[in-house]
Design a protein around this ligand. Structure first.
Ligand code: ATP
Ligand code: MG
Length: 333
């Protein structure tokens, strides 16, 4: 089993990124390491340029994201952690796959429609061809499995369509068809200010999210000010219906404690937020403080980060180069 996952190195990581994505990656890494499988994790810096990035902040963000992933438990010795841009095979394979991908297929991608919105003519070409680069990201490594959120399922289907058509057009058995892994209980964490919006890096309000770099005081203060309603917590999950802010805090507690909503309500049902919020803050600090400590230490050593990323890129290239060479050969190039 070989998996490939990418994350855009834009902005600060928050609790939603950790509970909804990165924590699952660490579990997957630990499972695969035990089974002799391989996990590749890359910083999707080439994907990020589908929107303008201010160069200085971008360069800084790439290192920050690498540090954050390692601090969260991605182990550069057991997994392959690298920058997409450092393995030029990604961009080369994308160009070759552009010959196979159909305009009609890309036109059906809902993410492009969502992200370009009303200004389709003004969207970058990269935003449009982004799913072909994603196909290259996974096909390059002959990945057997790709962890995807609901929003990415369509792009993985496209990668499979491209692989199937390429294999058939050129009469080769070159690309492995990757299977999706949809995490069974990936938490979806909502904003602390608005229970109907997801917690997001791009939310202008810092109060809306808990950043992985927030210290204990900041975490406690943000949770204290988190929007709630005046009712005490219900003793059963059904009682959270129509109370999105209360539900979110209980979901966060359950995800941090590695338990479920029923168990949390079994303990806190009937209590008010005056008691629940400090308990949640303590729990969040106990999970996030060690991550923040490691993150700060890693950020203080950029040379070491660069070394780790260079080593990861070398390992990735060793897997990618044969696929790219076989692709050129299959095409008669
Ligand atoms: P942006 O606002 O720039 O889109 P983001 O916070 O949505 O940033 P992404 O880089 O788009 O973060 O996503 C990184 C990973 O984190 C993805 O796997 C995504 O599904 C997951 N993720 C993002 N926000 C949440 C959230 N609120 N709850 C759970 N998972 C999340
Ligand atoms: Mg997002």
């Amino acid at each position: 089993m070989r998996t490939v996952s990418g994350i855009q190195p834009t902005g600060n990581l928050h609790l939603g990124n950790y509970l909804g994505a990165i924590r699952n990656w660490v579990v997957m890494q630990d499972r695969l390491a035990a089974d002799g499988g391989e996990c590749l994790f890359f910083l999707a810096d080439l994907h990020a340029i589908s929107e303008y990035q201010e160069p200085k902040a971008f360069a800084q963000g790439i290192r920050e994201m690498a540090a954050a992933l390692i601090a969260c438990g991605i182990d550069p010795d057991r997994s392959i952690l690298f920058r997409q841009r450092a393995v030029t095979e990604h961009a080369q394979l994308q160009w070759l796959l552009n010959g196979t991908a159909r305009v009609g297929w890309l036109n059906r991608m809902t993410q492009f429609k969502d992200k370009s919105g009303k200004n389709r003519e003004g969207a970058s070409v990269a935003l449009y061809t982004y799913p072909v680069l994603q196909a290259a990201d996974v096909l390059l490594y002959q990945a057997t499995h790709v962890p995807v959120g609901q929003d990415q399922k369509q792009h993985l289907e496209l990668a499979r369509d491209i692989a199937t058509k390429f294999n058939s057009d050129y009469g080769v058995d070159l690309f492995t068809l990757p299977e999706p892994i949809i995490p069974p209980d990936a938490a979806r964490i909502m904003s602390l200010r608005d229970g109907s919006a997801k917690m997001s890096k791009s939310d202008p309000s810092d109060q809306s999210r808990i950043n992985l770099t927030d210290d204990a005081d900041a975490i406690a203060a943000k949770l204290r000010k988190a929007r709630t309603d005046p009712e005490p917590l219900p003793s059963e999950a059904a009682g959270l219906e129509g109370r999105p802010e209360a539900k979110n805090l209980v979901d966060i507690y359950a995800a941090l404690a590695g338990t479920n909503v029923a168990a949390v309500l079994g303990q806190y049902g009937g209590q008010g937020f005056g008691a629940f919020k400090p308990a949640l803050a303590d729990l969040a600090v106990s999970v996030l403080a060690p991550i923040a400590t490691r993150l700060t230490a890693l950020q203080g050593n950029p040379a070491e980060l660069d070394r780790l990323l260079a080593k990861g890129a070398e390992k990735a290239r060793a897997l990618a180069a044969p696929t790219l060479a076989a692709t050129y050969e299959a095409m008669g190039l």
